[in-house]
Ligand binder design. Structure first.
Ligand SMILES: Nc1ncnc2c1ncn2[C@@H]1O[C@H](COP(=O)(O)OP(=O)(O)O)[C@@H](O)[C@H]1O
Ligand SMILES: [Mg+2]
Length: 255
């Protein structure tokens, strides 16, 4: 099982959307996927599960508290081969747990899944550290904006300080909300920001998730993403993300 976490210090950067799109594409391609929602905002849990009682009785907070990870897995409404451990407000009571708790528990589920996708909160706390220590791959979504550049710089410093510089090898930036600049003039604002990011980070993924209302409609209205003319840009970007994560080209008609 390969574990991927989407963390960022900034809210609204696309952690939940990209976690969900990646999970669904992998699920459509036949992979066994375990989602773990570690953000008390519950975005991923609400997307995947409509049974409120199941969500009340199963959560990552209970799992971390009790040591029982596999017993907190529930099915999703989406696909038979995508399961989830939902989030819970009780995560706030776990401020003191060890950073290694989740990593130590993952062997309980690692034979049952090909991929584990973790959504995380826009903070830097021991819940995020649990997700980071458990992860093989860490993907931080950013938009081309000054504040995101600051956030990513801060995030890198925190990784070096708390996990050590060697951990940076697992960390990548995913440009989200990408709008192609109309010109390659270096004075253009977007081109300046691209330059700033490129000068500061060596870990920027070569594909970008476009800015499109399709993302919101995908999550809120369950509108599938296919290779139709209107959707091919988003489809291709997510497909490239999947290829980066899996190391092999996977294809589906729609996800
Ligand atoms: N590439 C994108 N284009 C347009 N809207 C997006 C894009 N990515 C995310 N969004 C929208 O932005 C909002 C925040 O995204 P979300 O994934 O929930 O961020 P986070 O989990 O980091 O807080 C959502 O309403 C989502 O639909
Ligand atoms: Mg979120």
């Amino acid at each position: 099982m390969k574990t991927i976490v989407f963390p960022s210090i900034k809210g609204g950067s696309g952690k939940s959307s990209n976690s969900i799109m990646l999970s669904n594409f992998l699920g459509q391609a036949g992979m066994r996927v375990l989602c773990i929602d570690m953000d008390i905002n519950n975005s991923m849990s609400f997307y995947y599960v409509s049974d409120a009682e199941l969500m009340d009785t199963h959560s990552i907070a209970d799992a971390l508290h009790s040591g029982d990870l596999s017993g907190n897995v529930i099915p999703t409404d989406q696909l038979d081969n995508i399961h989830i451990i939902p989030s819970s407000f009780h995560l706030v009571n776990l401020r003191a747990i060890s950073h290694m708790t989740l990593k130590r528990m993952l062997p309980q589920v690692s034979e049952s899944y090909d991929y584990c996708i973790i959504d995380s909160p826009p903070t830097w706390d021991n819940i995020v550290l649990n997700a980071l220590y458990a992860a093989d791959l860490v993907i931080t979504p950013v938009s081309l904006a000054q504040w995101d550049w600051k956030g990513a710089s801060f995030f890198r410093d925190q990784i070096v300080q708390d996990l050590g510089p060697e951990f940076l090898e697992r960390w990548y930036l995913l440009i989200n909300y990408f709008v192609r600049p109309r010109t390659d003039n270096p004075e253009n604002f977007t081109n300046q920001l691209i330059q700033l990011f490129n000068d500061s980070f060596e870990n920027i993924l070569p594909f970008r998730i476009p800015e499109t209302t399709l993302v919101e409609r995908y999550i809120d209205l369950d509108e599938g993403i296919s290779k139709s003319k209107r959707k091919i840009k988003l489809f291709s970007a997510v497909q490239e993300l999947v290829q980066f994560v899996t190391g092999s080209p996977l294809d589906v008609e729609v996800f």
